[in-house]
Structure formats: C-alpha cells, structure tokens
Design a protein around this ligand. Structure first.
Ligand code: SF4
Length: 193
C-alpha cells in the first residue's frame, strides 16, 4: 500500500491535453469574441488536405512522414486527397519531367482557392542533380510555390517544418488576398486564369 502511495507521489504530473490554441480575442463570463479572419485562419491551419504529387524517391520519404513514427495526422492531415478539387495543399515530391509539367499545372489549376504549394526536395525545387534536357528545373517554372524544402531527400523533420510554415501562411492569410491585384498579377505571370 505504502509502495503504491510512493509511486503516485513520484509519478510525473500530466498537463491537460491541448488540441489547438484558440485565436486571439476577447473573453468574458460566458462569451468569447474574435474576428472571422482569425477563426477561419485557425480552421484552415488545422485542416489542410494535402494532395501528394509524388513521382520518385521523395515520395517514399513522404510515406515515412505519414506513418506512425512521424504521424502527419497530428497536424489534421491524415486525409490525403487524390482529387485536386478536394485538397488545398499541393505537395510536389520528386523529379518532374518536362512532359509532366502540363499535368502538374492542370492539377494545380483544378484545386479550389485558397491553395498552397510545398516543393519537397532538390528535384522538385530545382531539378536536383538532373540537369538534363528532359527534367523541369524547378516546379516554380510552371506553378507558384509557397514553401521550398531543401534536401535529397529531406528528412521528415524538415518536411514537418515546411508544413508548419504552410500552416502559418494558411492561418495568417487575409481572406481578401485571393482577390487582390497582387495575387492576380502572380497568376497572370504564370499564365493561369
Ligand atoms: S531530391 Fe533526391 S530523394 Fe528527392 S526525388 Fe530527387 S533524387 Fe530522389
């Protein structure tokens, strides 16, 4: 009995689990008020649905990122989407051949706004070691990229860091940004309607 008491006394105290922090706002007895921007940003940040556009070895690294050890589901991302219309984070992983560039572009244009793009690894970001006639020297030649993750292949921790940066973008983006002149100019530069 006394041994059990000793164990209870030395057991580490567990904090109450926190799922996500609430947005900044005003709180009083029985109410909490915040702005629509902040509430929607919080929801977007924690419910990104990635579309994995995986073509080679970086895609295998992505599999380890999804599995139990690194567990991307911790970020609300367990639901991968292979339909562009139901995803908002395009993750490009691997060597993209020039012949594949129009397909990548088509996938991007079919995604609904707001959408973000993460380029994982040297090949997707710059062609990597494949400085050849057939390989696209970076996906930003055909679509805009929000976050680049360097490495060949990047460690899962690096990809998680990139994803957390995308989360910051999703959380802090103004609801009006997608209608702004700046965004329109960006798409015009890429000849995307
Ligand atoms: S960056 Fe390296 S690991 Fe990733 S697809 Fe290219 S060659 Fe493979």
């Amino acid at each position: 009995m006394s041994e059990r008491k000793d164990q209870a006394a030395t057991a580490p105290k567990r904090d109450k689990p926190t799922i996500v922090e609430g947005p900044p706002g005003y709180m009083g007895t029985g109410f909490f008020a915040t702005s629509a921007d902040k509430a929607i940003g919080l929801a977007r940040k924690n419910s990104l649905w990635p579309l994995p556009f995986a073509t080679s070895c970086c895609g295998i690294e992505f599999m380890s990122l999804m599995s139990s050890h690194y567990d991307l589901a911790r970020f609300g991302m367990e639901r991968l989407s292979f339909s562009p219309r139901q995803s908002d984070l395009l993750m490009v992983m691997g060597t993209i051949a020039k012949k594949m560039a129009p397909v990548l572009r088509e996938v991007y244009t079919q995604m609904a706004e707001p959408k973000w793009v993460l380029s994982m690894g040297a090949c997707a970001s710059s062609g990597g070691v494949f400085d050849t006639y057939s390989v696209l020297q970076g996906i930003d030649r055909v679509i805009p990229v929000d976050v680049y993750v360097p490495g060949c292949p990047p460690r899962p921790e690096q990809v998680i860091d990139g994803i957390m940066q995308i989360q910051q973008l999703a959380q802090n983006e103004s609801l009006r940004r997608r209608y702004s002149k700046e965004y329109e100019d960006l798409l015009t530069k890429y000849k995307i309607d």
